[in-house]
Design a binder for this molecule. Structure first.
Ligand code: ATP
Ligand code: I3S
Ligand code: MG
Ligand code: MG
Length: 336
């Protein structure tokens, strides 16, 4: 049985004590210990408790259906077995909101598909246009890369990204390839993406349901034509725009640092939420150098490091409550 919270309300005027009962929202979570540390911070747990939300750890060694009952299931774990267990649970318990559906998450774990919805969307409004960089997928022989690149008409330099994002550090080891010949030195399977000059600043747009929060991070510096035509090599780099690379307080050229218009981001986020079928993700967005309103989405991450956003606990608890409220409204619609 779901717990119930007893609230005692004292009204000083009438000196009367009322007892009200409020449902506790139970959120089962299945997360790695790294994610538990970064996400389930005491400030989130405390605020959640005060709002009637309780987080309960899922025991992965026991069947999901034997646990709960849950209102919401929050998860970020890898593995086929886990996905199967979760999918079975979703079928058996449609009343539980699973954040998010395993297939929709899986879609983001392959860089060949990750940006497809951005490309299909062809977003354009009064505030700007949003595209994804042109890219090519190579699954096998690295010696075939130079020819494939020139056939596809991709323009150097290219960012080489491991095809699959699987939570390992290796899947975040990227490289910048300056010349056609060096492309053979890359490891497959990979995605080759055109590098877009953007003034070395990237916007991370965190999405939690309908709420969005944008931060600035340092990114790779621009590459001049002169520079890359002279360079013959592959420059390898690990996580450049991680949380430590915050640029929110840096003194920057305003034409580079200006955040993308809020309305554009809200519309883009809404479209992508629907197309991706996800509630919890972030978008890495860059503004093409020399342009005011031409943006590129270069990466999408599922359930990113929300714990680094100041006040994330408010955004997240509001989101959880909104899910339960909208479910309640749907269920009571048509009931007289
Ligand atoms: N097409 C591009 N043009 C310019 N810079 C790029 C491009 N793609 C990636 N970068 C740079 O490389 C960095 C890492 O790329 P990307 O975000 O795709 O990798 P990731 O490992 O998935 O990152 P995350 O840690 O956000 O998951 C970006 O933050 C940005 O600085
Ligand atoms: O801090 P940002 O730039 O958002 O980067 C995040 C990555 O995008 C996430 O993939 C990390 O989460 P996982 O370690 O669960 O993959 C996430 O790990 P965290 O939750 O431990 O902070 C971050 O590294
Ligand atoms: Mg990224
Ligand atoms: Mg990523």
């Amino acid at each position: 049985m779901r717990e119930e919270k007893r609230i005692e309300c004292k009204n000083d005027d009438v000196k009367e004590e009322k007892i009200a009962f409020e449902k506790i929202v139970v959120v089962g979570y299945a997360l790695t210990s790294k994610k538990i540390n970064s996400f389930l911070q005491p400030k989130l747990l405390t605020l959640a408790r005060s709002k009637g939300i309780s987080f309960v750890a899922i025991d992965q060694s026991r069947p999901l259906s034997d646990q709960g009952p849950f209102d919401i299931l929050l998860h970020k774990l890898s593995g086929k077995e886990w996905r199967k267990a979760l999918e079975d649970f979703r079928q058996m318990h449609p009343e539980v909101t699973v954040l998010d559906p395993p297939d929709a998450i899986q879609h983001l774990y392959n860089r060949q598909h990750m940006l497809q919805d951005v490309a299909d969307l062809n977003f354009s409004d009064a505030y700007g246009i949003v595209r994804s960089p042109r890219q090519l997928v190579i699954k096998k022989d690295p010696s075939s890369i130079p020819e494939a690149v020139s056939k596809a008409g991709l323009i150097l330099p290219l960012v080489a990204k491991p095809l699959v994002v699987d939570g390992t550090a290796k899947s975040h080891e990227l490289a910048l390839a300056y010349d056609q010949h060096s492309l053979q030195m890359l490891e497959t399977p990979l995605v080759l993406q055109e590098f877009v000059n953007h003034g070395g600043i990237l916007f991370k747009v965190f999405i939690i349901g309908e709420a969005i929060k944008v931060v600035r991070r340092f990114s790779l510096p621009d590459v001049s034509k002169q520079e890359w035509s002279k360079s013959a090599s592959v420059f390898r780099f690990p996580r450049v725009s991680c949380a430590a690379a915050t640029a929110d307080d840096a003194d920057l050229d305003p034409s580079i640092a200006e955040l993308p218009p809020q309305l554009l981001l809200e519309r883009l986020a809404q479209e992508l939420r629907h197309r991706l079928g996800l509630h919890l993700f972030n978008l890495d967005i860059i503004r093409e150098r020399g342009s005011k309103d031409r943006f590129y989405v270069i990466d999408i991450n599922y359930f990113p490091g929300y714990g680094k956003i100041p006040d994330y606990e408010h955004m997240f608890t509001d989101f959880l409550l909104s899910l339960v409220q909208s479910k309640y409204k749907t269920n009571s619609a048509g009931v007289c």
